[in-house]
Design a protein around this ligand. Structure first.
Ligand SMILES: Nc1nc2c(ncn2[C@@H]2O[C@H](COP(=O)(O)OP(=O)(O)OP(=O)(O)O)[C@@H](O)[C@H]2O)c(=O)[nH]1
Ligand SMILES: [Mg+2]
Length: 380
């Protein structure tokens, strides 16, 4: 069983506590002012924080080593050292922290979309000599050093959930759209069933937000009865926030494909069939497609239908905005997506090879996952 997973190894260190200080009060008219060395500050802690907009571990893989700040040393006049700043490591929902050496689970965040976890506390600051004053020792020359921080090596695992799943007949341009929006480089070819395993790619919205797009194999009429590549791939997009229906305007079936696709989704699961969606009509660069788009819009007046051409780069900014809006609506709870009723993370399992495609290699199953963030295009 192959999971779509991302993994990162990191070294984390909490901060050392600051040292206590030995000092005496020296002031005019105050003879024998006594000890006045302040305590050291606390070292910073290592804290993991779930950020619901994050989707990958790209940011931690890139940095690898995380250190909280050391506490400041205590000073004279009973001045205490400054506490060291904590180091906050943002993580996407769905992470598991493990000890890198033993593999033991340290923390499983489940699907929590918020929350923090203090993993390593910083070292305590040492006492300054003010603490050591006693009846018999009026001028203590003792202060304690700060406690050291701790360093651990961790493995962070993430089960990836796609945000938006592409559904469409073979050849509609699903992989082309994924290639445009993300760093994924799926195979694109002018024949059906080019895509045999799902491809995931990351659409970068901004520093804070990524959206994972899933391009799955084409669906044909009767797929729910096992025709073509079947519909088992739909489980990869069962937990998404929404779907993108791709319709090929150069295909003579352009007018019926939406209903046909919807029927196949119904055959898989009503939860999937009810997901929010955007409808995208592609290949507007080809002849007669504008009329076809108008016809399609007339047929589904309640549905917003985006006309695009991936080749000519038409209409793609609007689609991007619609993707972001759909994901944000789902994050903000405007939509009940029924995800809690679908038991497991999406998984790619080797299953029996579909009949019309006997050359499919079962070892080939799984998914291509391209987690690099694509540099944002300059929008004019
Ligand atoms: N003219 C035109 N051709 C396009 C456009 N977008 C994609 N294509 C072509 O359509 C063909 C199919 O594109 P893919 O992206 O492989 O389609 P797909 O939906 O992933 O197909 P499957 O993987 O077989 O399901 C390729 O030859 C693309 O070059 C477009 O906007 N205009
Ligand atoms: Mg494809």
């Amino acid at each position: 069983m192959v999971k779509f997973a991302d993994e990162a190894f990191v070294i984390v260190s909490s901060g050392k506590g600051g040292n206590g200080c030995v000092a005496f009060r020296r002031e005019k008219y105050v003879p024998m002012g006594g000890p006045s060395g302040g305590d050291g500050g606390r070292g910073g802690s290592i804290i993991f924080e779930i950020r619901r907009n994050l989707r990958t571990l790209a940011h931690v893989r890139y940095k690898q080593s995380f250190k909280a700040k050391n506490g400041g040393d205590g000073q004279g006049s009973q001045r205490y050292g400054k506490d060291g700043d904590d180091c906050i490591i943002p993580l996407p929902p769905g992470c598991v922290l493990r000890d890198a050496e033993t593999g033991d689970v340290i923390k499983d965040f489940g699907l929590d979309t918020e929350g923090t976890f203090v993993f390593l506390e910083g070292g305590n600051g040492g006492w300054g000599n003010v603490h050591f004053k006693g009846a018999t020792n009026q001028a203590p020359r003792t202060a304690l050093p700060g406690k050291p921080g701790e360093t651990r090596r961790l493995r962070i695992e993430l089960n990836i959930i796609a945000d938006i799943g592409f559904v469409g007949f073979p050849n509609a341009g699903k992989s082309s759209l994924l290639e445009y929006f993300t760093n994924a480089r799926p195979k694109i070819a002018p024949y059906p069933f080019t895509t045999k395993i799902p491809n995931l790619g990351v659409l970068r919205v901004n520093e804070e937000q990524d959206i994972i797009l899933a391009d799955i194999p084409g669906i044909i009429e009767g797929a729910s009865d096992g025709h073509g590549m079947g519909i088992k791939f739909l489980k990869h997009i069962s937990r998404t926030s929404g779907l993108a229906f791709l319709i090929d305007l150069s295909d003579d079936d352009y007018c019926d494909s939406y209903d046909k696709l919807q029927k196949e989704l119904d055959g898989f699961s009503p939860l999937l069939a009810e997901k929010p969606r955007v409808v995208i009509a592609n290949k507007l660069d080809l002849p007669d497609t504008r009329e076809r788009l108008a016809e399609l819009r007339a047929r589904y007046p309640e549905q917003r239908i985006f006309g695009i051409s991936v080749h000519s780069r038409w209409g793609l900014d609007e689609v991007r905005d619609a993707f972001i809006a759909m994901v944000n609506d789902s994050i903000n709870g405007d939509v009940t997506d029924g995800n809690d009723q679908i038991p497991d993370f999406m998984q790619a399992e080797p299953e029996e090879v579909p009949n019309p495609l006997p050359e499919l290699d079962p070892d080939d199953f799984g998914a291509t996952v391209s987690l690099n963030r694509k540099k944002r295009r300059r929008t004019r």
